[in-house]
Design a protein around this ligand. Sequence first.
Ligand code: FNR
Length: 373
Amino acid sequence: MNNRLFTPLKIGPNLLDHRVVMAPLTRMRAAQPGDIPRPLNATYYAQRASRGGLIIAEASQVSPVAQGVPASPGIYSREQVEGWRQVTEAVHKEGGVIYLQLWHVGRVSHSSLQPGQSLPVAPSAIPAEGQAITANFEFSPFEIPRELQISEIVDIVGAFSHAARNAHDAGFDGVEIHGANGYLAEQFLQSRSNHRSDVYGGSIANRSRFLLEVTDAVVGVYGRDRVGVRLSPYGRAYGSGETEPIPLYRHVIHELAKREIGYLHLIEPRSSGSGRADVDHKDVPSAAELFRRDWPGVLIAAGNFSPETAAQAVDRGIADAIAFGRHFIANPDLPERLRSQSPLNPYNRATFYGGNEEGYTDYPALPFSDRPT
Ligand code: FNR
């Protein structure tokens, strides 16, 4: 197919060969104890690598407190850095480019996952909605989180900076800050989860402060053009959702634009954060279309794209690249399949989270693919 998905795109210093990006995908398959990436994870990412293709590796906790589900990988310990190095080397060997998504879940956690079985932390003592996943992979109601003190917020910004330095040591080409899907940065941004009366709460500028401080800290490590930020202005995850998203997100996007970071990654409202169910908020606009004019840089869009709608969005200039989640889980050679208009393997939701090879490294590539299987 001769569409703009298969034209080059520069992100930071990397010249991509195509615009089919692998979205960050939590798979809960890190080695235990220690939440350490293992050789199986390197095989999975290498299968999905393509020459000049961008992979955004799964959300990784920046500290033990930042963790929200069992067996998600971390990026705070030496062992985790060594584990991730095997992943980046395997992807680079295939000619791919790989970023790491940096994650703090805030209140979307459970005391069984926290150091000393403490309560999860958040901007305000307001629980997330829905069910937490415990350290034993069971569902449990979310607890009321403990409100962070200002000195602790400063420490979390420091943890992002430390994590970025670790990601750099592990060989990642850049990092993406997780500012979406109901996690800590979004808990600060949105008025439903942030009732603070200090400099981190109240006005839009104050609620945006945490995300922008994290961005500045990470830019201090990687340089501005190797840093991306992911936002979900119309998302609904764990009790998130701003009544009037436009003024808030316009402010955040303008502030990020001033910082000239490498890319902005917007999640369309028509998909769920976790992929547990298919949702389609028909009454809300396309985030990429809405905020395109506020963002002068590279824009990646994600959320329920098909091969056809992805090609259309890039052809129409609504986004510069499209990130695929579920299709990339089931199709290790997704860029080649889209290029050749080949059929896609269906994904199996039951094996998204936890486990080993099944539903992870055993999806077949097309015979013509030269990817490792
Ligand atoms: C996700 N998603 C996600 N988002 C994110 O920012 N960090 C993450 O670690 C994850 N983890 C994750 C795991 C699984 C199994 C799924 C299905 C989804 C959301 C994902 O990146 C993407 O935005 C959505 O899946 C929508 O894109 P698709 O799947 O419709 O192409």
